[in-house]
Design a protein around this ligand. Structure first.
Ligand code: SF4
Length: 442
């Protein structure tokens, strides 16, 4: 794997693209070679959006006349439709070969220089021609709490917020921070490799005024250069909604205090942790719930009260957080929480807590059948499939998942919240008895 320094040197060597290289006569398509004897230039390569893309995406190749092309996938995501369309382009432009890079992007290793403009136009048509691959805006994250069962908070949500901030409020730092790497893991297991990033985060939680807030631990100064590989150092825990401000502060201090050629890692080592902590101190404190209720929700999960889910066997590195057997007591605690929210007239939170409590009860019997759903929605579907549709509940709780969904989506008011709570209580009681029945096969 090349280091950032090597990558930068390679880019300096290569770009910007030179048209005489891209359109040398010997590489012109045969059919165009003798057209009036004029030199053929493709004006599309002069356009600024092509140049922006090529600056980051196109790299040198060992074979003359060829280039390597990186394709940026935001947070490593691609839809099956886009992947199928891309497969056609791989056949056409890169000799049937595509690689997945460690930065969660894709790489075409065999692109002819004279076809770069066509490749760019084709990628643009399918929405895969974003510039900025390998730059600071190209944040790496793991699945985090969105789909990994060990995730504490949304790594992808924070990654999206940071990436978007570099288009707007952090745009003044785009060039200064161009080759910094930002990596975000959803838990301490560190699957996004936050420990070797210039700026890394791993998800955590904070308690404030009796509520739980999504948060992240900040790490700085990690690098993988041969001979000077270093793990990043932890500088403290910050509420998730302050993390973009944390980055803005780090970059402001870097811009003000760096020596002319000083890289970020060298700067943070010289400047020192205690001075950096002082600069960041104001972002440690959460806002009060009254001042900003959104502060208590995670990125990408508006109108959901944030909670740390119990650690259970996960999709990766699962030895660090032990598997936890679901228990009916968890559901009862959830009901008590829903009662408390109702008492304080926080109806939305009460409905969500009651919904999750009922799902927690459904998990108890599912676990005995080795079914371990990711989400509350899935817990209801699985319960319905395994126990209701198979007749094991003897007709009880028909249409379970749609019934709870309707209750959850009903207008937010006191009577509807009370109905949800009562139905959830009834279901938890039912599940307690049902889980004690012998396990049968359907
Ligand atoms: S186990 Fe890995 S993928 Fe899952 S949240 Fe933790 S770091 Fe991310």
């Amino acid at each position: 794997m090349r280091t950032q320094k090597e990558l930068e040197e390679e880019r300096k060597r290569v770009g910007p693209l030179k048209l005489d290289l891209a359109f040398r006569s010997e590489r012109r398509p045969e059919s165009l070679n003798n057209r009036n004897g004029l030199r053929l230039l493709d004006p599309r390569t002069l356009e600024s959006d092509f140049q922006d893309w090529a600056r980051d995406s196109v790299i040198e190749h060992k074979l003359p006349g060829l280039r390597g092309v990186h394709i940026r996938l935001k947070l490593g995501d691609i839809t099956s439709k886009d992947a199928r369309q891309l497969a056609e382009l791989v056949r056409r432009f890169s000799a049937n070969e595509l690689k997945v890079s460690i930065g969660q992007n894709l790489y075409l290793p065999w692109v002819r220089e004279e076809e770069l403009a066509d490749l760019y136009a084709s990628l643009k048509q399918i929405g895969l021609a974003d510039s900025g691959v390998g730059t600071v805006a190209d944040v790496t994250t793991c699945p985090g709490a969105d789909t990994c069962r060990l995730g504490i908070a949304s790594a992808k949500g924070l990654g999206t917020a940071i990436s978007e901030a570099f288009e707007r409020r952090l745009s003044e730092y785009q060039e200064l921070a161009r080759l910094l790497r930002i990596k975000i893991s959803g838990c301490p297991n560190g699957c996004a490799q936050h420990g070797i990033a210039d700026i890394g985060f791993h998800a955590a939680a904070l308690s404030h005024e009796g509520r739980t807030i999504p948060a992240h631990l900040l790490f700085v100064g990690g690098r993988t250069d041969p001979g000077s590989a270093t793990f990043a150092r932890m500088l403290g825990k910050f509420p998730a909604k302050n993390c973009v401000d944390v980055i803005a502060t780090l970059l402001r201090v870097y811009k003000q205090e760096k020596s002319p050629t000083e890289e970020f890692c060298e700067f943070v080592n010289r400047f020192g942790d205690s001075k950096l902590k002082e600069e960041l101190e104001k972002w440690r404190m959460p806002k009060s719930f009254d001042a900003d209720p959104g502060f208590y929700e995670d990125f990408g999960h508006q109108n959901e009260s944030f909670a740390v889910r119990p650690g259970i066997k996960g999709e990766c590195a699962d030895k660090i957080v032990p598997e936890t057997e679901p228990h009916i007591q968890t559901a009862r605690e959830g009901l008590a929480q829903a009662e408390a929210y109702l008492y304080h007239k926080e109806f939305e939170h009460s409905v969500r807590a009651a919904y999750d409590a009922a799902a927690a009860a459904a998990r108890v019997s599912l676990y005995a059948r080795l079914v371990d759903p990711f989400t509350s929605d899935e817990a209801f579907w699985e319960f319905e499939n395994l126990f209701i549709l198979s007749g094991q509940t003897q007709g009880a709780w028909a249409n379970l998942s749609s019934r709870f969904r309707e209750l959850r989506e009903a207008e937010t008011n006191e009577p509807n919240t009370r109905t949800m709570l009562n139905v959830a209580k009834e279901f938890v009681n039912y599940c307690e008895q049902f889980s004690q029945l012998p396990c049968t096969t359907s």
